[in-house]
Design a protein around this ligand. Structure first.
Ligand code: ATP
Ligand code: MG
Length: 583
């Protein structure tokens, strides 16, 4: 491709809303252009990268036995009512009506459509396993579209759905997708890790996220270097925490006592006033849920994990209660809530880590008062039901939940892929059944597997860039090689460059590599800057100076390492560099 005929316009400045480097560089390198919030045009060079990624995805999905199809973006409301997601998905679902008043949505994902398809065609266990995938445009009306393609509203996703007759079959389908995803991200040249993910309220038995590690990632990941445990912080478990010096004993024999704690509403203030560890103060938070108010008690030195909590409480959402709601639930003001004497109508969830505490401090459900020497069995559980659950947020240096001696580290990641065992959640609701070997009707065991095309390309840039621009991994660069002619007006240079272009095209094509020939009438400085900004892995420069030195200059974008090579040896030198770099 000749740059003079191509559509690749770079810019000095990034748009003002570009907060992260990948968005800035994608805009400056002429890869994407914003049309509206969270909605982007992929310009030709950006689309080339997306197509290369999609080719890798297709190859690996097919290798894993998945079959491609294409489903509509616009989906009828009735299907979503069957799965009940019409009522649960909330404002992220873009809903619309046609001219006849029929209700539709723009698909944010395709479980309903695929389940409807398969239930019509598949009647017997003999027709499974099945895995169907597509690469298709989704719409999610994200509350905060940002970071360019990373969190768009309209975006391209590869989504696959597996159907099996048995749970063991689902395990195999899931493992095949796990392996295919690993191969995809390896083939892209990305550094990634796989972590356990929250299953959300759909249930299901297993879920993993593929994370590209980057400081700008929106996901927090906890991992243990000793045993390899890794999980999204939304679900990360925590090993047994050391007990605090006070509050770890048996508590006083005389029962809980009320003490005055004027103005002390925070754990730090209470612990300071009573001279105890924050860990031996139990803090109690009141939440508003879909089913009324709920109280959560947790060690005072730790934070509640609202994703875990929502999984325990059920429902679609929760939020901290207002002062009035706290007063109604506890009889006391905000800041002095505690588990003792709570209205029995308020559900009480206690974090597991508070279970070994005895003789602890907690709010007295009365202004300026706390209780000391409290015990769960004597003072709380005797009067009302309470539920133990893990609702704590993991923190750096926490003990690993899987091995002894390991500690958790925290890092940030970009979730580029998500695989999920759905089980029979959809097939039961939507009546996607088959007859098993005994002729009995059973719901299909389903899995779903998503991978963001735009988000993965953005993640590749977060991982590969320097001060001058993008540093693409070879497989994802819009063009693998850029050939820059420095004096296109000079006859000797342009004929050498033209010849080299043809030769390079011929020798690179069989390996799947491609070349952009920068024959534009631009100053050398502009060409160098643009080549660095767009980030082609290998650059070949032909100019008067290189010809006098004996040929063309070949260099790597990654480390700038360069050599002058006789013209007829350039294709060999370029290929050697590409093969060395190819992952
Ligand atoms: P997130 O938690 O980041 O919103 P999700 O859990 O909603 O992601 P899935 O429903 O599992 O995402 O979607 C599968 C994949 O689609 C994700 O792993 C990601 O690569 C991509 N994806 C999801 N939402 C977006 C978005 N708003 N913009 C771009 N890609 C997205
Ligand atoms: Mg989402």
């Amino acid at each position: 491709m000749r740059w003079s005929n191509y559509y690749l316009m770079t810019a000095r400045e990034a748009p003002r809303d570009a907060e992260v480097i990948s968005h800035q560089l994608m805009a400056r390198a002429g890869l994407v252009r914003r049309l509206a919030a969270g909605i982007y045009t992929m310009q030709p060079a950006g689309w080339r990268t997306a197509r290369k990624l999609m080719a890798i995805v297709r190859r690996e999905m097919e290798r894993a036995g998945a079959v491609e199809l294409s489903m509509p973006a616009i989906q009828p409301a009735e299907l979503w009512e069957e799965s009940e997601r019409w009522f649960k998905y909330g404002p992220e679902l873009l809903r619309m009506e046609d001219r006849h008043g029929r209700r539709f949505c723009f698909g944010p994902t395709h479980e309903e459509v695929i389940t409807d398809l398969v239930r019509r065609d598949v009647k017997s266990y003999r027709q499974m396993p099945l895995n169907l995938f597509q690469i298709q445009t989704k719409f999610r009306d994200e509350i905060r579209p940002r970071f360019g393609l990373m969190r768009g509203r309209e975006f391209i996703m590869k989504d696959a759905y597996s159907f099996d007759a048995t749970e063991e079959g689902l395990d195999r389908s899931y493992q095949a997708m796990y392996a295919a995803y690993s191969r995809i991200f390896e083939a892209c040249g990305l550094e990634y890790s796989v972590v356990e993910a929250d299953q959300g309220t759909i249930g299901g038995s297993s879920s993993h996220e593929f994370m590209v590690l980057a400081d700008t990632g929106e996901s927090a990941v906890a991992s243990c270097a000793a045993c390899g445990y890794g999980a999204n912080v939304e679900r990360a478990e925590i090993g047994a925490l050391p007990l605090p010096a006070q509050g770890g004993g048996s508590g006083s024999g005389d029962g809980a006592r009320r003490v005055s704690t004027p103005g002390a509403t925070t754990v730090a203030e209470v612990a300071g006033m009573l001279e105890v560890d924050e860990a031996s103060v139990v803090k109690t938070l009141i939440y508003e849920t879909d089913d009324g108010l709920a109280a959560v008690a947790i060690r005072g030195d730790r934070e509640v994990n609202e994703v875990k909590l929502l999984n325990v409480l059920g429902g679609l959402g929760l939020r901290l209660a207002s002062a009035e709601q706290v007063a109604a639930a506890t009889g006391g003001p905000l800041g002095f809530s505690g588990p003792v004497g709570l209205s029995p109508e308020v559900r009480l969830v206690v974090d597991e880590s508070a279970r070994p505490l005895a003789g602890f401090v907690c709010g007295a459900n009365a202004g300026d008062e706390h209780l000391v020497s409290v015990r769960w069995d004597r003072d709380v559980a005797s009067a009302r039901p309470l539920e133990w659950a893990d609702v704590m947020t993991a923190e750096a240096s926490d003990p690993c939940p899987r091995c002894s001696g390991g500690v958790l580290r925290m890092s940030r990641g970009i979730e580029v892929g998500h695989i999920f065992k759905l089980g029979t959640a959809y097939s039961e609701k939507m009546n996607c059944t088959f007859s098993d070997e005994q002729g009995k009707l059973r719901p299909a065991e389903m899995g779903c597997y998503g991978l963001g095309i735009g988000r993965t390309t953005a993640a590749a840039i977060e991982q590969g860039h320097d001060d001058d621009g993008i540093v693409w991994p070879v497989p994802l660069s819009p063009f693998t090689v850029v050939l820059s002619s420095l004096d296109p007006g000079d006859e000797a240079v342009s004929s050498a460059a033209d010849g080299l272009y043809e030769e390079l095209e011929a020798s690179l094509a069989p390996g799947g590599f491609d070349i952009l020939y920068d024959d534009r009438r631009e100053r050398p400085g502009v060409k160098f800057k643009d080549a660095d900004l767009v980030g082609f892995p290998v650059r070949v420069v032909v100019g008067g100076r290189s010809l006098r030195a004996g040929g063309a200059e070949v260099s790597n974008r990654l480390d700038g390492e360069r050599e002058v090579v006789p013209l007829d040896e350039v294709p060999k030198a370029v290929l050697a560099r590409l093969m060395g770099a190819r992952v």
